[in-house]
Design a protein around this ligand. Structure first.
Ligand SMILES: [Zn+2]
Length: 401
């Protein structure tokens, strides 16, 4: 939003405060001179904006350590060391990861609970998540509760009512998880829920290595498989929020049964269960089981290596479909697909070359996530911070009520 002549000075100030805080959040330490240049405002205006954010307890100015030692070192504006934090929760079939995250993405406290398979009941997960919010909040070393809570779910989220529509591998249908969680928390903090792949691509686009890439897909492979999409610099959610559910595109109607009730869905070819079955180890998916297949494949075990290559071939075809549909510049492979690419990149690229319609020299770039296994977790932190980052003055005034 550019300031129009009719905009009130107060509205311009609030807008500029949000911009300054967003730059600090996304890029870390910046000097006043850098901020002045980025926002194209006068030095005195920037001085006032930084002073306001310091007053709000969101940033502070520090003298960086090191440097050339020549002349007076410039102060840099950084997130305040006692500033507000959010709690991000990444719920998956095999584990629940919870973290307290500060402005700029610093992880203040983190905990991992492995799922036993019995805790996929939404009420039990809500209770566990509520306990973990309190735990990581206490461990964060920051005063008070979180300013927001972000939850990543391996399923589709209805945009209108924020309910989990379908999470096939958790066996959830139409679950009001936000309400279940809110009812179990001691204090009010806004809860925002999102699909894991959507959140992963958001984190990478906002704060990862691919922040300059405006057309990208994050293909997240866990027990389920889904795609998070940035198109033209914006998240692509679809009409009611279900875009990117490619794991349930049917490859072969006579294929293996899927948790969604259909047969031959893509995730029965490129999901963790598919890898385990192809490797001759049918068992409930777990990080340990998948890691064992990869370790054996790296050692040259024939059956494990053949399974990895077979999944890689199917994955290459799936990426070709994405390329033909969306024409992304970059496809990031997350979850266990990242390690799969580490072993069988040639098979992925070969299938991609055979099935994608690409102009010579215009091949899509394949990449590992900059946030590793934590991309969805950091995306949950991003949506939890959204309110504070979009209006620091209003959000902190609300918190002080
Ligand atoms: Zn399915």
């Amino acid at each position: 939003m550019r300031a129009s002549p009719a905009a009130r000075p107060d509205a311009i100030r609030r807008h500029n405060l949000a911009l300054v805080l967003d730059h600090i959040h996304r890029d870390g330490a910046l000097t006043r001179a850098q901020l002045t240049q980025r926002l194209e405002v006068s030095r005195s205006t920037m001085g006032a904006l930084v002073a306001d954010l310091i007053e709000l307890g969101l940033v502070e100015e520090v003298v960086p350590t090191g440097g050339s030692g020549v002349g007076r070192p410039s102060h840099v504006v950084v997130p305040h060391k006692a500033g507000p934090y959010v709690v991000a929760i990444d719920i998956d079939v095999t584990q629940v990861v919870t973290a307290a995250v500060g402005i700029g993405g610093s992880v203040l406290a983190r905990t991992v609970v492995r799922a036993s398979g019995e805790i996929t009941d939404p009420v039990k997960i809500a209770k566990l998540a509520a306990d973990l919010v309190v735990q990581v909040g206490g461990d964060s070393g920051r005063p008070g509760g979180p300013v927001g809570i972000g939850v990543s779910i391996p399923g589709t989220i209805d945009r209108a009512n924020q309910r989990v529509a379908v999470a096939p591998n958790l066996e959830w249908r139409d679950v009001a998880f936000v309400d279940l969680l809110a009812d179990r928390l001691p204090s009010f903090a806004k809860i925002v829920i999102g699909n894991d792949a959507d959140l992963a691509v958001l984190a990478e686009h906002r704060r990862g290595a691919s922040r300059q890439v405006d057309d990208m897909v994050f293909l997240l492979g866990r027990v389920g498989v889904g795609a998070g999409i940035i198109a033209g610099g914006r998240p692509l959610h679809g009409w009611d929020g279900h875009a990117g559910e490619i794991g349930h595109n049917v490859v072969d109607p006579d294929g293996p049964p899927c948790h969604c009730g259909k047969r031959g869905c893509l995730e029965t070819y490129i999901g963790e269960r598919a890898l385990l079955i192809l490797a001759g180890r049918p068992q409930p998916p777990s990080d340990a089981a998948t890691a064992a297949v990869f370790a054996d494949a790296r050692r040259g075990d024939d059956e494990a290596l053949a399974a990895v290559r077979k999944v890689a071939d199917s994955l290459g075809r799936a990426i070709a479909d994405l390329v033909n549909t969306l024409n992304p510049q970059l496809v990031m492979l997350g979850g266990f697909l990242s390690e799969l690419m580490g072993i069988a990149r040639p098979e992925i690229e070969s299938a991609l070359a055979r099935f994608a319609l690409q102009a010579p020299g215009q091949t899509v770039q394949l990449a590992h996530p900059s946030f590793g296994a934590d991309a969805a977790l950091f995306g949950a932190a991003e949506v939890a911070f959204a309110e504070l980052l979009s209006d620091p003055l209003g959000a902190t005034a609300g918190a002080a009520r």
